[in-house]
Design a protein around this ligand. Structure first.
Ligand SMILES: Cc1ncc(COP(=O)(O)O)c(C=O)c1O
Length: 375
């Protein structure tokens, strides 16, 4: 029977407690949200919503074509200019998602005969970029510049090192200075995904590369998503103008994909301008993360010290994590639940988002619920 193997896989997934299901949320959900990636609480901010609405009224519901045909509006160019300027890079290129931006950066910068050195904890979109690239990938130990140095020494010719800046599962930061030094010693390029750093780390949320003093370096390329701190949708690659020009000509997820919807570009631009005006939002997200961690640890839970706005709490098993998240939900709290195969080390976790707009009462209430429902 066609697709018969799907049933076998479904049965295995069911037995392992790894079935995933969609849970549509209503517009007026009563749950306290610690599950989304809306780090700065901007997705529903009136200025961001109005930015989306104004862009849709001006430019229409869709971009109407790929970026190189009709899909580049003046709004896309404006967003690219402001993003590059905010984060401290020469140029930027906007994509329909952060996922597409990562595929573009890795595939276009790792040609045939090149070496890609990839951190073992990288996000799936970087991993898929490595899989699609013509270069050869070496996966190295998590957050270890010495392992990167060793891998780079095995290769003569073009090489690129790829890493998240803040790892999405545990919220720990990459050793950016060490990675950059390892790359420079060997003339390799560095591509980092700042999906969880933009809006949270660095001066006023300018991101992890800015915080590390690396913004604008000519051997550094940064990818970001517009879907987390900026409360919109889409992605971007930031870097030297010659790299961005290369992507326009060589990145298949740029060339063969419809441009980002104007509403998403308008929302992201509005969020960026808001962040410039209210830089304290970034520091507040970090402070909320620190407080969640302190309180969870004091309650006897095992939580990883957060480097940005992701707080990860260990669960005893995949089933235990699912049950824990369900009990939180029943008590009015939405939390993320990470388990295999989305985690590289087989350890299941609850994943909490330290939103900048959480009140003191909401932080304390969330920790109380998580403590009371622990498996
Ligand atoms: C580290 C990281 N990179 C890239 C992405 C993908 O970005 P997008 O959702 O915009 O496709 C995500 C999650 O969404 C992420 O966590």
């Amino acid at each position: 029977m066609a697709f018969g193997w799907i049933d076998e896989q479904a049965e295995l997934r069911h037995r392992a407690g790894l079935v995933r299901t969609l849970r549509p949320r209503p517009a007026d959900s009563p749950l306290l949200d610690l599950a989304s990636n809306d780090y700065l609480g901007l997705a529903r901010h009136p200025e961001v919503v109005e930015g989306a609405a104004r862009a849709a009224r001006t430019w229409g519901g869709g971009a109407t074509g790929s970026r190189l045909v009709t899909g580049t509006t003046e709004l896309h160019t404006e967003l690219e200019r402001e993003l590059a300027d905010f984060c401290g890079f020469e140029a930027a290129l906007v994509f329909s998602s952060g996922y597409a931006a990562n595929l573009a950066a890795v595939t276009a910068l790792a040609p045939h005969g090149s070496l890609i050195v990839s951190d073992a904890g990288n996000h799936a979109s970087l991993i898929d970029g490595c899989r699609l690239a013509r270069g050869t990938t070496q996966v190295v130990a998590h957050a270890e510049p010495d392992a990167v140095r060793k891998a780079l020494r095995t290769h003569d010719g073009p090489a690129v090192v790829v890493s998240d800046t803040v790892f999405s599962v545990d919220g720990d930061a990459a050793p950016l200075a060490g990675l950059a030094a390892a790359c420079r010693d060997r003339g390799a390029g560095l591509v980092v995904d700042d999906a969880h750093g933009l809006g949270v780390l660095g001066d006023g949320g300018r991101g992890a590369p800015h915080a590390a003093g690396l913004a604008g370096a000519d051997d550094l390329v940064v990818t970001v998503t517009l879907s987390k701190s900026l409360g919109s949708q889409g992605g971007a690659v930031l870097g030297p103008a010659r790299v961005i020009d290369h992507l326009v000509n060589a990145a298949r997820t740029f060339i063969f994909d419809t441009g980002l919807a104007p509403a998403a570009a308008g929302a992201a631009l509005a969020a960026l301008r808001l962040l410039r005006r209210e830089p304290e939002r970034a520091a507040r997200a970090r402070a909320v993360a620190g407080e969640l961690h302190t309180r969870l640890t004091a309650a006897g839970l095992e939580a990883v010290r957060p480097d940005a706005a992701v707080v990860s709490v260990r669960a005893p098993s995949p089933e235990g994590a699912v049950r824990w998240a369900a009990e939180c939900r029943a008590a009015g709290l939405a939390v993320g639940c990470f388990r295999p195969p989305s985690v590289p080390d087989g350890i299941s976790r609850l994943r909490l988002t330290a939103r900048a707009d959480l009140s003191q009462g909401q932080i304390e209430g969330a920790v109380r619920v998580i403590g009371e429902t622990r498996p």
